[in-house]
Write a protein that binds this ligand. Sequence first.
Ligand code: GDP
Length: 197
Amino acid sequence: FTKTKVGLLGSAKKVESFIEESSIPEVAFIGRSNVGKSSLINSTTQRGLAKTGNRPGTTQSINWYQISNSLRLVDLPGYGFAFAAEEKLETWGELINTYLTTRKTLKCVFVLVDPRFGLKDSDRQLLKLLDQQKIKTHVVMTKCDLMTQDHLAKRHFIITQEIEQLHHSVVPIIMVSAKNLAGMGDFLNAVKRFKLK
Ligand code: GDP
């Protein structure tokens, strides 16, 4: 993506503040708090737009980035609390739900997973919701520099099998590291496929 066009379009802490939909497609990034989402967004946009190291559970928002004239990147709040059964649904849980169930310009959701921990219940619930909504889904294994190739391959296998139980469509799995940029080419190609033609 060319640097000049990247910028924050808007931010919403409540459903009423969602930015207006346009003809430009949106791809959304989502994952548990601390999964490495901000780092990945920054590697994608090369601009340091997303704040990294946010404390989990603090007030969060949906952020829209214009990454070219033909694509918007949507940074959804980190979860891990809102989806837990014992927790009251927080405002940002409602934000995520509303965005995922109503956004017409949403083309694909990239679900970020830390391969060291694998899929958690919150991830499973999200994948089921995406399946129900028939939203195209990719899974991104983050922080791959922290694991050996052997471990990664095993995790990839387990996650693939689990996803088959949760999601009826093909869910490609991409392995990346925002630290050493391994896999970034494949990841960017997957994102760019949703650009307005
Ligand atoms: P977020 O809460 O999902 O936005 O996660 P952040 O991007 O803020 O990252 C959480 C922590 O993981 C930070 O300390 C990052 O430096 C670290 N981190 C993120 N991506 C990577 C990665 O690819 N490799 C390694 N080793 N650390 C990472």
